[in-house]
Ligand binder design. Sequence first.
Ligand code: ATP
Ligand code: MG
Length: 245
Amino acid sequence: MNDVPESHPRYVSLKLRDTIVAGVESGVTSIHGLMAHGRGEAFDYLIGEQTQPFAMDAIRAGAATLLLAEHPVISVNGNVAALTPGELVAFSNVLKAPLEVNIFHASKAREQAIQEHLKKHGAVHVLMPTTEAQLSFIDSNRKFVHPEGIFHADVVFVPLEDGDRCEALQKMGKTVVTVDLNPMSRTAKQAGVTIVDNVVRALPLLIQEMQRLQKASPIVLREIGSQYSNDKILQAAVQWICRER
Ligand code: ATP
Ligand code: MG
């Protein structure tokens, strides 16, 4: 994207588009991931391409939920790996939680490419899907998980999640913290905490918030969780999208 000046009003959005295209070209992102990204772009446009207060509230609750978890796990798909590889590694280090590759469109080569991409950005160990452990209530490739990762987790961070798997994770008693620009998606509605924001903005803020809350007592963290209502947050996001312009 050499010919777009930084002053272009769509500069950041166009750069992100380039990043996701590069992800497809290097085998990290599925071609279908472009469509998911396009849907995200449309919602980001409506949201104003800035982190809104409803996202900040969810980031706070998400950080508290993840800090209280006994076995938190970070699920990584091809879009997130392409957009925020360094942030995922930093997040995994701060939370002391493993990264686990989990993709919708089955491809061993792509799973491998994601793992290598994360390692290039500093990940030491990346959990991979196995046939030994499978999620119940789901038929797609995403049911294959790692026995010590998502299968064992009590809280799963799954940005850009598919509604089906979010529901399956919840039915298995796991809490889901997600990032999804569409407050009307099934994922957004199913999750325990939905951060309605672009993952490229949300992840650095989530890391910051986690660092800030790291020394907080479990009582304080539980209080943050108990005051949080995901339904209200989603309502606020929809109202913001439908605001008069
Ligand atoms: P669901 O199955 O939950 O109803 P869906 O089928 O509409 O959702 P998927 O294709 O399964 O959506 O997942 C993509 C989701 O990720 C979309 O809701 C899209 O808005 C969102 N998304 C795409 N790119 C980003 C991004 N960069 N940051 C945050 N969310 C994003
Ligand atoms: Mg879906």
